[in-house]
Design a protein around this ligand. Structure first.
Ligand SMILES: Cc1cc2nc3c(=O)[nH]c(=O)nc-3n(C[C@H](O)[C@H](O)[C@H](O)COP(=O)(O)OP(=O)(O)OC[C@H]3O[C@@H](n4cnc5c(N)ncnc54)[C@H](O)[C@@H]3O)c2cc1C
Length: 433
């Protein structure tokens, strides 16, 4: 019998995990194909939930999904490891040595062979080389970073409570895209919940500043969504600074280009996006200035037909357009669904099919208070149908529900949703211990 054809997917996030699940179900069970998902983490948490993890309003223990059970249920194989390089001639992916939590080597550096490779390793915020960001600001691009921010937040809450009554809890968030805006509102939500559990007054002592270089917040969303979101944040007490460029981050403050200093004990960097550095020199593949792999409409990299890339780590300018698709879960998920279908054809001898993005709208959730968005395709004025309030909140929640539906199927998703309802009714709504 011929050895199975190997499809390797690196990165089990919003795009990669969907792709592995779909391909596993389509091709993984017959013995002809070996679908392998590689991730440096052993569990998946949907990235758009990370601001809730950071604020302490989401229990990651409950929302995380282990790759091993998902692989077992869906017909793919999970392989732990961090991709560091690629040999295109030998068709192997280089994985770093795997170490345990005490730094002891579990597995040596390895090469994993592939016939088709899909890279889906995501992105992080971009520090644009600004001094002090790496030392003094926190990112919330991975579960570990979001957990670390939450630990620091709880420590600062305790310090504030133990300090003088006029002491404040100063937090600054740089970057007013969806991540920065949603985190600002979620922190307010967390402190409201904390008040209900016996910590009143804390909310009034938080001074939260959201800093944005551009003339307005939420630059990728229609103006009306941005204006409504800014008004809501200001109603919550957030100071929103636009046209404000950070030139340096210090231990206790942000320094702006115009000389202003924003005191902040906790600083979050949520500006820009950048793909991982190892992609920059990935055996000659073409990349953008921020390390994204340049791909064609078939989602293949420009210089190698056997190497595909999807999600935040890929840059695709759709035919007839000038700008690349945005780094969103919506794009990553649609690319994964398309590629699962296309690759099923490729392994049967057909050519890969081109991907067409269908913009379904954009939503931003402002904690428990409100949500705004535009649904449908972008019209002449740059937006679709404006939505707000409960309907927008439900539409926003449905994004995660759709993600679960793709991973678990209808009946298991229903069980998850029922369990969520019971948990929400019975457990504390914010992590305080
Ligand atoms: C706080 C926050 C809120 C957001 N809200 C929204 C929203 O409301 N709507 C929306 O559409 N988008 C939102 N986004 C953006 C969205 O999360 C991303 O666009 C999406 O997750 C990208 O999917 P991906 O599969 O490309 O990467 P990711 O989901 O980031 O997954 C990448 C995976 O690759 C793994 N990995 C990374 N490097 C390596 C390596 N070297 N080797 C092996 N594995 C590796 C990681 O562990 C991870 O599992 C938000 C992002 C953040 C941070």
């Amino acid at each position: 019998m011929d050895s199975p054809r190997r499809i390797v997917i690196v990165g089990g996030g919003a795009g990669g995990l969907h792709l592995a699940t779909r391909l596993g179900r389509k091709l993984g069970r017959g013995g002809q194909f070996l679908i392998t998902l590689v991730d440096r983490s052993s569990t998946h948490v949907w990235k758009p939930l990370l601001h809730e993890v950071a604020a302490g309003t989401l229990d990651t223990g409950v929302e995380q999904l282990g790759y091993i059970p998902q692989a077992n249920r869906s017909g793919f194989r999970y392989w732990p490891g961090e991709m560091t390089g690629l040999d295109r001639a030998a068709r192997t992916v280089r994985l770093a040595a795997l170490r345990d939590s005490e730094g002891r080597q579990v597995l040596p550096e390895r090469d994993l062979p592939y016939d088709i490779l899909v890279i889906a390793v995501g992105s992080t915020a971009n520090d644009f080389g600004i001094p002090g960001v790496a030392e003094y600001a926190r990112l919330i691009d991975s579960r570990a970073q979001a957990d670390a921010f939450n630990d620091a937040l709880r420590a600062e809450i305790l310090r504030t409570l133990a300090g003088p009554p006029e002491g404040t809890l100063d937090i600054a968030i740089v970057g007013a895209g969806a991540t920065g805006v949603e985190l600002s509102a979620e922190l307010n939500t967390a402190l409201d919940f904390a008040a209900a559990y016996g910590l009143p007054g804390l909310r009034k002592r938080m001074r939260l500043t959201l800093v944005e270089t551009a003339p307005r917040i939420l630059g990728a969303l229609p103006e009306r969504v941005a204006a409504s979101s800014q008004a809501e944040l200001e109603r919550q007490g957030v100071t929103v600074l636009t046209n404000a460029q950070v030139s340096e981050v210090e231990r206790g403050a942000l320094v702006l280009k115009d000389g202003r200093r924003i005191p902040a004990t906790l600083k979050v960097w949520a500006a820009g996006i950048r793909a991982p550095d190892f992609l920059k020199n990935l055996d000659g593949l073409e990349t953008t200035r921020n390390n994204q792999l340049v791909i064609r409409p078939t989602l293949q990299t420009t210089l190698d037909d056997a190497v595909y890339a999807i999600g935040d780590c890929a840059s695709l300018i759709p035919p007839g357009e000038e700008r690349p698709l945005g780094a969103t879960a919506q794009v990553a998920q649609q690319q994964a669904i398309h590629l699962a279908r296309s690759l099923a054809g490729v392994v049967a001898g057909q050519p890969p099919t081109p991907f067409n993005y269908s913009h379904k709208g954009a939503l931003v959730a402002l904690g428990r208070y409100n949500a705004f968005g535009s649904l449908g395709k972008r019209g002449l004025l740059g937006g679709g149908l404006f939505v707000q309030g409960k309907f927008a909140q439900l539409s926003y929640a449905s994004l995660y529900r759709r993600h679960q539906l793709g991973l678990f199927g209808f009946w298991r998703s229903m069980l998850y949703w029922a369990a969520d309802l019971l948990r929400h009714a019975s457990r504390p709504k914010v992590k305080l211990d």
